[in-house]
Ligand binder design. Structure first.
Ligand code: HEM
Length: 414
């Protein structure tokens, strides 16, 4: 067993102390190489009433679990390691929290809109959104890349898909940040209880206004798809419409923003890699894949065992939580040479979008297009950038993202 500062018999993977500066890569490396890469955390310190969980840390095991929805359910117990503060009924109203057959029927309603070809039709519109956001930071001294570039760009893109008026983008972004980053004191200063007391009621109130308008007058946005959908001859119930909307806005908002900022951070830290992209921008799609591999925006999703089973020699009992850690599988040394090295020419396969199976990310084509355009336009306009202070990370073992990133963007020769 390698030397490690962690006692793997007692370490608790979700503990706050491990997540203050991004994912605990060293801990995951120790678990992967321990001889038993399916690891038991006996409890969740910050939530004493929550049960412990199994951590799945290798790419092969995550693939096995992701493909076997009958043994590893998304519906039985929720989709995150911690479920306190978010009722199971609401998780199950999102198709990410359903098992087949209902999952497949609802996902199918959206799949046509998210094919690479349909998404490619949005390229000009997305480029225009990104350029307008970059116009606004031109000439400014120090900006926060998260708040001033990433957030407004991704909010407007998903906002336009959902039919959200632009003036509401900031309010939706704040709502998504405080509900997904519920444990972070800056994003959600009022504490986890506020998610159900204030956050979710506001999501319902705002969304139901859009729903009422679509019922009166159908449009071609995705909110209208949810409102008019029929699954097994029945319309979706209001809470299913609202949570379907919530899922799309949350997924569209947070993850792309996170990956863009992590990618830009890596390019600032590794100017040789940035120069490779400046020399030949056709390398940017490969750099996007490398950023997705190294900095997966969701640190985990979770399943619940439906029956007693064995994974990598480890017995798991029916009803136990099984947590899939993508920052770990994406640096699995059996798949990647020198996995901690950021290499824009690697163009890797990875599990940032999941490992296939029923719940594989719906938005891959959109995320890839947005990330490519964001990086292309940022580098074209500001080939140099400096960090102007320390980064902060969202305190969360679920959403893995930079919270603030002060930078100076410099135009060519600047
Ligand atoms: C960098 C960006 C993104 C990353 C890293 C990401 C990652 C993921 C992951 C890990 C899953 C769960 C996979 C599983 O459990 O097997 C997922 C599911 C999902 N993603 Fe994404 N995502 C991104 C962008 C987007 C975008 C832009 C959308 C568009 C609205 C989106 C919509 C969804 C939806 C609806 C699901 C649920 C799919 C299902 O349950 O069948 N994602 N995503």
């Amino acid at each position: 067993m390698p030397r490690t500062e962690h006692d793997l018999d007692t370490v608790l993977v979700t503990d706050r102390e491990h997540w203050l500066e991004g994912p605990p890569h060293e801990l995951f490396r120790a678990i992967r190489s321990s001889g038993c890469p399916v690891h038991w955390s006996s409890r969740i310190t910050e939530y004493p009433t929550e049960a412990g969980f199994w951590s799945v840390t290798t790419a092969d095991d995550i693939l096995t679990v992701s493909r076997d929805w009958e043994t590893y359910s998304s519906e039985l117990g929720g989709i995150t390691a911690v479920t306190e503060g978010f009722p199971l009924e609401l998780m199950r109203a999102m198709f990410i929290g359903m098992d087949p057959p209902k999952h497949d029927r609802i996902k199918a309603l959206f799949q046509r809109a998210f094919t690479p070809r349909r998404i490619a039709d949005h390229e000009d519109e997305i480029r225009q959104i990104v350029c307008e956001v970059l116009d606004r930071v031109e000439g400014r001294e120090v900006i926060d890349l998260v708040e001033d570039v990433a957030q407004p760009a991704v909010s407007r893109v998903i906002g336009s898909f959902m039919g959200i008026p632009p003036e509401d983008d900031a309010a939706w972004a704040a709502l998504m940040n405080s509900t997904l980053g519920a444990g972070d004191p800056d994003l959600n200063p009022e504490g986890v209880g506020a998610v159900m007391d204030k956050g979710i009621p506001e999501v319902f109130e705002r969304c139901m206004k859009l729903v009422a308008a679509r019922r009166e007058q159908p449009t071609d946005d995705l909110t209208s798809v949810l409102v008019h959908a029929e699954v097994d001859g029945q319309k979706l119930e209001d809470h299913e419409i609202v949570m379907g909307f919530f899922l799309l806005v949350a997924a569209g908002n947070d993850s792309t923003k996170a990956t863009y900022c992590s990618a830009m951070h890596a390019l600032i830290e590794h100017p040789d890699q940035r120069d490779l992209l400046l020399e030949d921008p056709s390398r940017i799609p490969g750099a996007v894949e490398e950023a997705l591999r190294m900095f997966p925006a969701f640190a985990h999703f979770r399943r619940t065992a439906t029956r007693d089973c064995v994974l990598h020699g480890q017995e798991i009992k029916a009803g136990e939580k099984v947590v899939l850690w993508y920052p770990s599988s994406n640096r699995d040394e059996t798949r990647y040479e020198d996995p901690d090295r950021f290499d824009v020419l690697r163009n890797p396969e990875h599990q940032a979008f999941g490992a296939g199976g029923r719940h594989f990310c719906l938005g891959t084509a959109l995320a890839r297009l947005e990330l490519r355009i964001l990086i292309e336009e940022t580098l074209a306009r500001f080939p140099q950038a400096d960090l102007c202070g320390p980064l902060t990370w969202v305190e969360s073992p679920f959403i893995s993202q930079i919270k603030t990133m002060p930078v100076r963007l410099r135009p060519a020769g600047g």
